[in-house]
Design a protein around this ligand. Sequence first.
Ligand SMILES: [Zn+2]
Length: 197
Amino acid sequence: MVRIVDVGGRLVEVQVRESPRARLLRTVWRPGEPAELVVPVGTSNRAIDAALRAHAPWLARQLDAERVRVLDPPPLTEHEGRRLAGELVRETIVAESPRIGVRCRRISIRDTRSRFGSCSSKGSLSFSWRLVLAPRRILDYVVVHELCHLVHLDHSRRFWSLVESARPDFREQRGWLGDHGWELLAYRPPRDALGDV
Ligand SMILES: [Zn+2]
């Protein structure tokens, strides 16, 4: 079960995991991995909510320590970024769709604030052009993630195992986005010489 927790204004996914060995509710966090709340079997939702609230300040401190800037993108205008993003996204779709066994009908490149990729119920995929600022494997992961949504339009266990079969080390890329996605959003592109943004 995944809960979304407001950690100092930042929405963070916390995986809640029941463990037969757990006696206390304990938050576990490792750099580059999703946070986890380990609870004794049969813990009530109320107790889980209370623990998530109580542990949020601690989690915020861990995440702040991780907010180290790693991104140093070349100056890229939004116009160039959108064109490049379209090319790279299509390239990955061509390579990955047959392996995942899907066909993507429509893609669009946007400047989304909240998500780097999304999949509509009609099967069209959208991507943020800002993914071109990240290492290529991160863009690839987001494309694979959305292609897998053409099979499972949810974040169920079946969905994640499909992602894992296509990208066995997807946790690293998902963790990277969690740690550094804010840098992609913070990037201010220079204006195009012709002003054609
Ligand atoms: Zn998703």
